[in-house]
Design a protein around this ligand. Structure first.
Ligand SMILES: Nc1ncnc2c1ncn2[C@@H]1O[C@H](COP(=O)(O)OP(=O)(O)O)[C@@H](O)[C@H]1O
Ligand SMILES: [Ca+2]
Length: 523
């Protein structure tokens, strides 16, 4: 049996029963110490290997954070609750909308004369936020309210009243356990810029991971989308421009996001929101109306609406038209003519004077548009209802044809076909659809019809609009530089794993050999 290997289990389980002589016991002593040292290295390497593996692949605990933003628009107020993982807060696209709430009632600016009703107005949605967000997170949850063009108009008319509305909101929100960060009127510039951040963040255009989960460099990221927001009282256009723009126009802003610079052009047209545009159009045409009646091509044949003429001139946007008409009842009668409707809408845009190289309308300089655009809010509501979104209709001719057909459909037919749609919206889709087309044409975007994507919820979750961008900015959640996504870079991780694995293999082999040798001394 001399020289033969002991069976495998002997290497590990057999114990020496007798020491043969002095010489061999010394050798055994050294070989046993060697085994101890190797064993020690083996255990250390094993611990290091496990630690590296765990650090890299640690399953992050479900530690979520929340944020609440109220969008106090001119026509209505909505609340959005956003949610994100606390550990990954600087990664893109990880903040999403977890719930939303429509505040019942009109826009907040109409509460100027009944401030006492503001708590009732907002408390239902606040109650929803309290129920949805775990109690222990309430104090850490930032709460914002941003008001847009309805409040901008009220401020122009009566600054004191606008302040009183915001104070009423502030005292109400301070009574809730959330981390209230303020209620304010955001500027049109912010509204455009935050809308642009929202859609590009959600579409993953600001930074990209590759398959190894590394952030890509500047030239590897995708082109951003321009943002088109259409509200009730104002509308914004925002896009990255490569045109050098003179500082005098003050229409651009610089962003540094995830290590990349963006020069963004943005402009907000007050009184060009869809509701104010309709009001301006009706006010403008009221002067030519035969006593008591106004023929309106943007409403369906057979549709009638009676308004008090004073209501047409009560807005800051229509005051300029107020002159010879004393208040009286005016019946608006639809004639359903798309082409005439379009012509009358065109009159709402001024094209007469431009003090720059190029203006879209209303003397506002704008550089040439570039790339794709995401159009949301009332752009989406109108085009989605009319089944005219750019993925469904491929050419402008088709859109025009469908609009002609829709506008000329008698109101009785439309009303019967869509009993579930709010009458205000349904009766105005011919106008709002035509307005969307005219506005896009004024922006020179209709030539590139398929480059305009009408969008509502991005990734089926988060509504496109300024609110998410606003919160991301105020919570510093979009870093200027690229964040490190893992404790080790991928090459370091791989190198460490290979080194420790090799070390383990060597120690194991050496250990086995030494153990085997020492067992000969024990025999
Ligand atoms: N489901 C809908 N269908 C049609 N229009 C809608 C729908 N929901 C909202 N709108 C319209 O979208 C616009 C939203 O504007 P809003 O955000 O309130 O104003 P602003 O941004 O100018 O302050 C309003 O004109 C409103 O009537
Ligand atoms: Ca809005």
């Amino acid at each position: 049996m001399e020289g033969m290997m002991p069976p495998f289990h002997f290497l590990f389980f057999s114990k020496p029963s007798v020491y043969i002589d002095q010489n061999s016991s010394v050798k055994t002593f050294f070989s046993r110490n060697g085994i101890l040292i190797l064993g020690f290295i083996f255990i250390l390497s094993l611990i290091a290997l496990i630690a590296v593996g765990l650090a890299q692949n640690k399953k992050l605990p479900d530690n979520f954070k929340y944020g609440i933003v109220f969008d106090a628009g001119s026509s209505h107020t909505s609340m959005y609750i956003y949610k994100w993982s606390a550990e990954k807060m600087n990664d893109t696209g990880l903040v999403y909308e977890t719930a939303s709430c429509e505040v019942k009632g009109p826009g907040i600016s109409s509460y100027a004369s009944n401030l006492q009703d503001i708590p009732v107005y907002l408390s239902k949605c606040m109650g929803k936020a309290k129920d949805l967000i775990p109690k222990y997170k309430h104090q850490d949850t930032p709460l914002y309210l941003g008001a847009t063009a309805g409040m901008r108009l009220l401020r122009m008319e009566n600054e004191e009243l606008a302040k009183m509305i915001l104070s009423a909101v502030t005292s109400l929100f301070n009574s809730y356990p959330f981390n209230f960060q303020g209620a304010r009127i955001i500027s049109g510039f912010e509204e455009g810029a935050y809308g642009w951040i929202t859609i590009n963040y959600l579409l993953g255009k600001l930074e990209k991971h590759n398959w190894k989960n590394q952030f890509l460099r500047e030239n590897e990221t995708q082109d951003t989308y321009g943002a088109l927001d259409l509200g009730g009282a104002s509308t914004q256009i925002t896009f990255v421009t490569s045109t050098q723009i003179s500082k005098q126009f003050k229409k651009t802003t610089q962003f540094r996001l995830y290590g990349k610079n963006y020069t963004v052009y943005t402009y907000s047209y007050l009184c060009h929101g869809v509701d104010q545009a309709l009001l301006r159009k009706l006010a403008l045409n009221a002067k030519d109306a035969s006593p008591g009646a106004l023929m309106e091509p943007c409403f369906h044949p057979g549709y009638e609406r009676t308004v008090l003429t004073s209501s047409l001139f009560s807005s800051v946007c229509t005051k300029i038209y107020k002159n010879w008409i004393s208040s009286r009842n005016l019946t608006i009668q639809g004639t359903g003519n798309f082409q005439k409707c379009k012509e009358s809408i065109t009159e709402l845009f001024q094209n007469n004077y431009c003090n720059a190289s190029y203006c879209t309308f209303d003397m506002i300089y704008r550089p040439p548009t570039e790339g794709h655009f995401g159009a949301f809010s009332a752009y989406y509501y109108a085009m989605d209802f009319l089944n005219l979104t750019s993925d469904k209709v491929s050419s402008l001719d088709m859109v025009t044809h469908k609009m002609e057909e829709f506008c000329s459909t008698p109101w009785s037919v439309v009303n019967t076909a869509f009993p579930q749609v709010k009458e205000k919206y349904l009766s105005e889709y011919c106008f709002s659809g035509t307005y969307v087309l005219t506005l896009l044409q004024k922006y020179n975007l209709t030539e590139y019809w398929t480059q305009v994507e009408f969008m509502d919820k991005i990734n089926n979750k988060t509504e496109a609009g300024w609110t998410l961008g606003y919160m991301l900015n105020l919570t510093n959640m979009i870093p200027a530089e690229l964040p490190q996504s893992k404790p080790f870079s991928h090459p370091t991780y791989i190198s460490l794993m290979v080194i420790f694995s090799l070390l383990l293999a060597i120690v194991f082999i050496l250990g086995s050999v030494m153990f085997q040798k020492s067992s000969y001394f024990w025999k």
